[in-house]
Ligand binder design. Structure first.
Ligand code: RIB
Ligand code: CA
Length: 335
């Protein structure tokens, strides 16, 4: 019984947009199991693998976590302009470590992802501040761009957007660009522009912190040993797959770090910085151009200032804090 003077914090309403993938699955387990998260829905988009496989992988993970109550909707199959591509070389042929675990016998929500997002966000807008939803895109931003361009009124139901994407300093899909933004640069540019127009607070959880939240293979083996094809075993096998694929003694929890930001903001250090997406570059298309110049100088020569959008860019993270948060949450035999 909680003494009357100690009020338990209200769980944070979250919606994840995913291209489940190994690290999206790590994020889904955290969001599905953490007591401080009120997981309202998961929307799917093509990215790491094709969108239908993303839906299957997502529903498998939610079933393993005992969260068949969470609606899942299929969204965009391809980027707005770019041709489709995938990241099976990173995530396996099925996009989720080729574990071969059983597919769900459930069906996704009959609505398109954009319609489900609109319905949930417009309903949240009718409530009070505690009802506002944190949207956590962990994939190419195609669904989110379509939502904000088609139903801008849905922004009234948003608390903030915490997205995994971009980087201030490095790339992974190319030397210059991070995969989620590189996969659909126009969508990323539209989301940033809409965020400025619609006054949506945005946190960018990019590659500058993405690789710093790591779990050891030894820790993964402990999770696998729980067995029973429950959340712990699945989480352990996802980390073990990455360790094996990259020949490393540990692996990043990737997208799950962005969910950690939504749960425990004190674990990340951010700076509010102007951010643009490069759309025209040959070698730099899809780069997030993060302006870190000290503004004391005279920038009147620069035709591109001020950038229309400023974003809370994650520049450092307490990797151990978030890795421990993830490991403790997923280390359950079943829900
Ligand atoms: O660049 C990392 C991002 O690309 C992650 O979201 C990963 O799942 C892939 O989608
Ligand atoms: Ca992802």
């Amino acid at each position: 019984m909680t003494p009357f003077h100690v009020q338990k914090p209200v769980p944070v309403p979250l919606i994840l947009d995913v291209d489940t993938g190994v690290d999206d699955a790590c994020a889904l387990l955290l969001a599905a199991l953490h007591p401080q998260v009120d997981l309202r829905a998961v929307t799917c988009v093509g990215g790491n693998t094709n969108v239908d496989q993303v839906v299957r992988n997502t529903m498998t993970v939610l079933d393993v976590a005992g969260r068949a109550d969470v609606p899942v909707a299929r969204g965009a199959a391809r980027p707005l302009l770019e041709p489709s591509s995938d990241a099976r070389h990173v995530h396996g042929d099925d996009g989720m470590a080729d574990l071969g675990w059983p597919s769900s016998d459930r069906h996704p929500d009959g609505r398109h992802a954009v319609e489900l997002l609109r319905d949930l966000l417009c309903a949240a807008a009718e409530g009070g501040p505690d009802d506002r939803i944190t949207l956590v895109p962990l994939a190419p931003l195609t669904n989110i761009a379509l939502l904000l361009r088609t139903y801008p009124e849905a922004a009234a139901g948003l608390r903030e957007i915490v997205f995994m994407g971009g980087a201030a300093h490095i790339g992974n899909a190319t030397a210059s660009a991070e995969f989620n933004v590189w996969h659909d640069p126009e969508a990323a540019a539209i989301v940033l522009e809409s965020a400025a127009e619609l006054d949506i607070p945005v946190v960018m959880y990019g590659l500058d912190v993405f690789y710093d939240v790591r779990v050891s293979r030894r820790g993964a083996k402990k999770l696998i040993a729980v067995g029973g094809r429950g959340p712990a075993e699945l989480a352990g096998r996802l980390i073990d797959f990455q360790c094996s694929r990259f020949g490393q003694p540990d692996a990043t929890i990737g997208d799950a770090g962005a969910v950690c930001v939504a749960i425990d903001r004190a674990g990340v250090t951010t700076s509010i910085l102007p951010v643009r997406v490069e759309l025209a570059g040959i070698y730099s298309r899809g780069r997030t151009v993060v302006d870190r110049r000290a503004w004391s100088g005279d920038l009147s020569h620069d035709a591109f200032v001020p950038a229309p959008t400023t974003v809370r860019v994650a520049l450092s993270v307490d990797g151990e804090r978030y890795a421990d948060l993830w490991w403790r949450t997923v280390n359950v035999a079943s829900r």
